[in-house]
Design a protein around this ligand. Structure first.
Ligand code: ADP
Ligand code: MG
Length: 266
């Protein structure tokens, strides 16, 4: 811990000089990033900047090539998302990965079962597990999906699919939640509705920090306490939204409009 940080401001998680290479290509480079209790942090940057790679390293899906990743004081580099979820970090993915043929109830039952370590139980027995079903209904309620419990995921609107993905992450009772583009592919009105539900749900569920990758600058400005801007794999800025949005260079860099910036493939 840094000497200038009191114990009660110790970060929930942090990366320390983390780099991740794919072959000879370095996707992120010397990224130091910390998130503390109560924070809502947005990671922004153009396509290819390394946002998803950073989330994948922080959530243990990828082992960093160099540097340390800590969660609640533990070194968690590369421990894997399943174990990390058990410790209290859960995430959603850039592309929603829900099973189209499962109902909302069944989808959430699988997530709750994994938390309760009932993964070995036959799928059909989950429907008869009263404690598990009560938890499924609680999570559905908090994420505004109660009326959709018996609907198959395929029949949900795009916004509801996003909420189901977020609900699955909440079903793990996380301490921290990371969302990779939680509102991509939905209309502007739906984006605000999703963020409103997400923030209220986090509060109700006792989630201690939210980190999101987000392209919509209206949402970033409205909901974040802090913005971490990545550019070509390095941290360009780490500041509150008011300072960020006052700086035209920041806005241009994040939008990827600087003429000298080479756009990389997504
Ligand atoms: P962002 O989420 O900011 O769009 P990513 O983290 O997905 O960016 O990617 C950062 C860079 O790393 C991109 O140039 C991408 O092509 C590259 N990259 C990401 N994942 C891999 C991988 N598994 N193998 C090779 N290159 C990758
Ligand atoms: Mg990405």
């Amino acid at each position: 811990m840094q000497p200038d940080h009191a114990a009660d401001t110790a970060p929930l998680f942090e990366t320390i000089n983390v780099s991740k290479s794919f072959g000879v290509f370095r996707a992120i480079s010397n990224v130091s990033f910390r998130v503390s209790d109560g924070e809502f942090v947005s990671i922004v940057g153009p396509n290819g900047a390394g946002k998803t790679t950073l989330v994948n390293v922080v959530t243990g899906l990828l082992r960093p090539t160099a540097g340390a990743v800590r969660f609640l004081g533990r070194d968690i580099a590369g421990i894997g998302p399943v174990e990390l979820a058990r410790l209290g970090m859960s995430r959603t993915f850039q592309l929603v990965n829900i099973f189209p043929a499962l109902t909302v109830r069944e989808t959430l039952a699988v997530a709750v079962a994994s938390r309760l370590r009932r993964v070995g139980n036959p799928f059909r027995s989950l429907g008869r597990d009263d404690a598990l079903q009560a938890d499924v209904e609680r999570v559905a309620e908090v994420l505004g999906l109660r009326a959709r419990l018996e609907t198959v995921a395929l029949a949900l609107s795009q916004g509801e699919k996003k909420l189901l993905d977020i609900a699955s992450a909440f079903a793990l009772n996380p301490v921290v939640i990371l969302l990779d583009e939680p509102t991509s592919g939905v209309s502007t009105g739906d984006k605000h509705a999703i963020m409103g539900v997400l923030v209220a749900a986090a509060k109700a569920a006792g989630v201690r920090a939210i980190v999101q990758v987000e392209h919509d600058m209206d949402l970033v400005e409205r909901y974040s306490h802090r913005i971490v801007a990545l550019q070509e794999g390095t941290v360009l800025a780490d500041m509150p939204p008011d300072a960020f949005f006052k700086d035209p260079a920041m806005i241009a860099a994040v939008a990827g409009t600087r003429p000298q910036t080479q756009r990389k493939p997504h």
